[in-house]
Design a protein around this ligand. Sequence first.
Ligand SMILES: Cc1ncc(COP(=O)(O)O)c(C=O)c1O
Length: 391
Amino acid sequence: MDRKIYLDNASTTYVSNEVMTEMLPCFNTIYGNAGSLHSFGRDAVAILDRARDRVKNAINAAKANEIYFTSGGTEADNWAIIGVAHANANKGKHIITSKIEHHAVLHACEQLEKEGFEITYLNVDKHGLVDMAQLLHEIRKDTILISIMAVNNEVGTIQNVKAIAKIAHDYKILFHTDAVQAIGHMKIDVQDMDIDLLSMSAHKIHGPKGVGALYVKNGVRIDPITFGGNSQERGKRAGTENIAGIAGFGKAIELATRNLIEVNKKLKTIRDYFLEKLSEKVDYFQVNGHPHQKSNAILNVSFYGIEGESILMLLDLAGICVSTASACTSKSLLPSHVLQAMGVPDEVAQGSIRISFGTNISKSDVDYVTDEIQKVVAKLRAISPIQAGRV
Ligand SMILES: Cc1ncc(COP(=O)(O)O)c(C=O)c1O
């Protein structure tokens, strides 16, 4: 069995040739430390500056100095939540987020709870949209931050980020959004959307792993969470800059935003075709997430009466790579916190897989994958004690 089909692009993506070309000289030619005063250091700074400019342009930030490079989306989320909480604790200790955030946000919030902060976790509706009435209701005098993700990594639902930012600012509260799954899939304009802090990651957009950035609007108070070199990232994020990774990220985000419309058109065509073929071949399943306000890259499907992990393993034997939830929680057998928050019953949530598309997937790949899903589902249902039609 030689055929390998990768449908787990929300977990990570391959690094594109253009990005690799951009990165290569940083390993053995322009390998200086950006903190050094000599020419090698200056060359490294020039790479940092170019990448910072590219990220700035991709999200339409007002100034390049509003971009801080990090080790990825997790650090950007941790820093936004904890850094803003610490810097603004004199104003209040209440933060609002949602139940469907990535664990990089949720676990940072849990950490703050241990320090005496209070966190409100908003409900979402059956499509995964944040409850706006509850948001308004939960705002308090001591609320300092609202953090709501732009695109959910498990079901792809796109939040009404601009409207939430407006509510936050009406009450003089800072607004952070985790845009890790949004970059390259929807237009992000931090000025138009009035965003104060925004997390990004390179490896979801054909860049390298272990690098990302946090956009921090000038004037926003945020404490560092890493301590060391004072000159690095303007004293806000210590640690020798990952020049090769940052160069790759700059190129990846430039390409992702330049190709946004074309890529999305392709992804939508392939996702719609996938759903059409799946519906022809398999019955008793549901699609989770918003029916249209969602990323074209992500399709979350629950097959009634069977387990997502079993589907994943049998598909893997056929060379097809999907996931059951986000990559970080896929090794735990707990039902997804996102599907639970959306009101999907546990027994249905257990039968879920996430298919996340890349533009390299052809219609013939989809024909093969849906054929295999048909076989796998039939096989598992034949031995399942639960009858799918009765779930
Ligand atoms: C929505 C979201 N936020 C944050 C992260 C973490 O990003 P990274 O893998 O760069 O640490 C991910 C990665 O899966 C994600 O999907």
